[in-house]
Design a protein around this ligand. Structure first.
Ligand code: ZN
Length: 335
């Protein structure tokens, strides 16, 4: 995605010209979408060198006290409060370091961070620094799940290819997922990392019982998919979304198609899917689609693996698909 075409307010957040009627005490009132604009330019002030170094030089700067030698990252002090305000000077610090706490993971982000979730939020002490820098955390192995990055985990700073001079221009991944050469190199770019080879889980050989379970689960999912495609409400959950997903299980593989409201399951191997889901037992997915427990939870609990971090968004939509169908069925019953 090019920065040039990006807007401060993404298109999807700009409301359409629309009106609606609400009724209060039997009286109708007309509501209309309208707009009020406020934009502002923000100065990074004394932190400008820090953000400029990230943007232009792919360097991380700290400030070092001329008296006690403490290195603070980011360089938020021009004078050290511990040394009667002795001046500090800007110094470059390392780009690998150690987590000083176990990062919580954000799966359900606010709209502002939706295109970045799931991500970890943690604090890293970089080599040569004495204080911790807040960073976002990712993994190259698929989706970020608990246990991958803990207190003490060695991580490496990665620079986004397109940088604007914000803290989100950088993030960290576990150093163990990179080559020693990559860990040692400064200014490592996102595009220089292999994101295309996440580690797919391996399953044991299926038994006859597993095979029968696979066939039965697919059948049930197909029946459910037909109902979903016919449900006005369920269609809404996957409106405007298109994904061909390869689902791998212990006893076989099948394809799941999401196509602007249509939902279909086929016992077929996809040659070039948009992404891969893997779960030992297809029932994990079947239960999710039947609204017996969320599919997002299965991902978080490591029962279901997905090959691309950002496809968590699709998993979220599948949960809504299941929920919306149940809601419509309940409404129909109530009538
Ligand atoms: Zn000092």
């Amino acid at each position: 995605m090019s920065q040039k075409s990006r807007k401060i307010i993404p298109d999807e957040f700009i409301p359409e010209i629309r009106s609606r009627v609400i009724t209060i005490d039997n009286q109708d009132y007309l509501l209309q979408n309208d707009a009020m604009y406020t934009f502002y330019e923000r100065s990074m002030g004394e932190l400008s060198p820090f953000f400029l170094a990230i943007k232009n030089e792919r360097k991380i700067l700290g400030c070092k006290c001329s008296k006690c030698g403490l290195v603070r990252v980011p360089p938020m002090m021009t004078h050290c409060p511990d040394c009667e305000f002795a001046p500090t000077k800007l110094v470059e610090v390392g780009q690998a370091g150690k987590m000083n706490s176990t990062p919580p993971i954000t799966y359900f982000a606010t709209s502002l961070f939706l295109d970045k979730a799931p991500f970890g939020r943690g604090r890293v002490i970089l080599e040569g620094a004495d204080t911790a820098l807040s960073v976002m955390l990712y993994t190259t192995t698929g989706i970020l799940v608990p246990g991958l990055i803990k207190k003490g985990t060695q991580v490496k700073v990665i620079f986004r290819d397109e940088r604007v001079g914000q803290i989100s221009d950088i993030y960290c991944v576990p150093a163990s997922e990179l080559t020693p050469e990559q860990v040692a190199r400064k200014g490592l770019l996102e595009s220089e990392i292999n994101w295309a080879a996440p580690k797919e889980p391996k399953f044991p050989k299926p038994t006859d019982k597993d095979m029968a379970n696979f066939k039965q689960s697919i059948k049930e999912m197909q029946t459910l998919a037909v109902k979903m495609s016919q449900s006005k409400r369920a269609r809404k959950a996957i409106e405007g979304w298109k994904r061909n997903i390869a689902v791998k299980t212990k006893a076989g593989e099948f394809a799941m198609y999401i196509d602007n409201g249509d939902f279909k399951i086929e016992e077929k191997k996809l040659a070039s899917p948009d992404f891969i889901m893997a779960c030992e037992d297809p029932k994990t997915l079947l239960d999710g689609l039947m609204y017996k427990g969320a599919i997002t939870d299965s991902v978080i609990m490591k029962k279901l693996w997905i090959s691309k971090n950002l496809e968590f968004n699709t998993i979220f939509k599948l949960d809504r698909l299941a929920r919306f169908l149940v809601m419509e069925q309940k409404e129909r019953k109530a009538k």
